[in-house]
Design a protein around this ligand. Structure first.
Ligand SMILES: [Ca+2]
Ligand SMILES: [Ca+2]
Length: 318
């Protein structure tokens, strides 16, 4: 059986069985969190070159718990309520009272929610918030900051956490190549989605030209199944067109189905396209769609070699 050597932490303390140095529960609890540390079956400690330094009297009790901030979507729509969840977990050895979770949003944004209660040891307080950016909030990245305060055994404790969210990118105002637009989100089976080149390897900008069945395209997206790239159109576009297929980097292997989904409804789907096939002209009516997803599936036989090109992918908009 392979075993990884434990990495020594800066203090010279090596948690047995941990190769990363990450210690569940220890980030906020330190040595005081005996409850979670002792919960490992058969756990013990290895001490090597261990020094003890007197840092003087402690100035405050350390919170023993976790706080997480989870936006429901990576990009928030301006002028609409977007969901955010905070999760406070009590890792103290006693029930905690007067729990108050607060979510701070950027100036001009609004937030609704109620994060108050009591939590038993090991329990959670999950709060759903409705966060609304102003209708005119610029496209950008913003921080949501949460604070959980409570009392444990009569002593006050505080935890903080944060998460970043983007607002939606501006929709196209005229005909636009997909590779010239900011997308809302992009899932891809092999590294990032590439702009104006094929997928290549797992790194960014490492693909070759987009070539399908010997036909080269200067513009387009390079993806790998399973892929889903979401665009925000806000009803401004009428059609999507592209020449799709398996990139010529795959000589004989690979099989992909391409689809266009507008606001959750499939508007176009290609036949199963294989490595030797010519480019297939895919066209979809997306009139009035707020969101369009470009989807590349594995055609039911696995994702191996599924380098999926979207040559000249573009939206017709006004
Ligand atoms: Ca790549
Ligand atoms: Ca396949």
């Amino acid at each position: 059986m392979w075993r990884r050597a434990a990495r020594r932490s800066p203090s010279g303390v090596s948690p047995p069985g941990s190769a990363s140095g990450s210690w569940p529960g220890a980030a906020t609890c330190g040595w005081g969190c005996a409850r979670s540390c002792r919960s490992r079956p058969g756990a013990d400690f290895v001490l090597d070159d261990f020094a003890v330094t007197d840092l003087g009297p402690a100035t405050g009790a350390q919170a023993c718990g976790t706080l997480e901030v989870t936006p429901a979507a990576p990009a928030f729509e301006q002028g609409a309520a977007n969901e955010v969840t905070t999760t406070f977990t009590n890792l103290e050895e006693v029930a905690v009272r007067d729990v108050a979770v607060r979510l701070d949003v950027p100036e001009g944004w609004t937030v609704e929610g109620d994060g108050a209660g009591s939590v038993e040891p090991g329990g959670k307080l999950v709060t759903t918030w409705r966060v609304t950016p102003p209708a005119g909030a610029p496209y950008g990245t913003y921080e949501l900051a949460a604070t959980a305060s409570y009392t444990a055994g009569g002593a006050a404790r505080t935890l903080t956490a944060s998460a970043s969210v983007r607002t939606l990118p501006p929709p196209p105002a005229a005909d636009a190549y997909a590779s010239d637009l900011e997308w809302v989100s992009a899932d891809n089976g092999w590294g990032p989605v590439e702009r104006d080149r094929s997928n290549g390897d797992t790194g960014p900008a490492d693909g070759g030209p987009i070539v399908i069945g010997g036909r080269a395209f200067g513009k387009g997206l390079g993806t790998h199944a399973p892929a889903e790239v979401r665009f925000y159109l806000r009803g401004r576009c009428t059609a999507f067109t592209a020449f799709v297929g398996v990139d010529d980097v795959q000589a004989t292997r690979g099989s992909v189905e391409f689809g266009v989904v507008a606001d959750g409804v499939e508007r176009a789907r290609s036949p199963v396209l294989r490595a030797a096939d010519a480019a297939y002209e895919l066209s979809a009516d997306v009139t009035g769609a707020r969101y369009v997803d470009l989807v590349a599936g594995d055609a039911g036989d696995g994702v191996g070699n599924d380098h999926a090109d979207w040559g000249e992918a573009r939206f017709r908009c006004s």
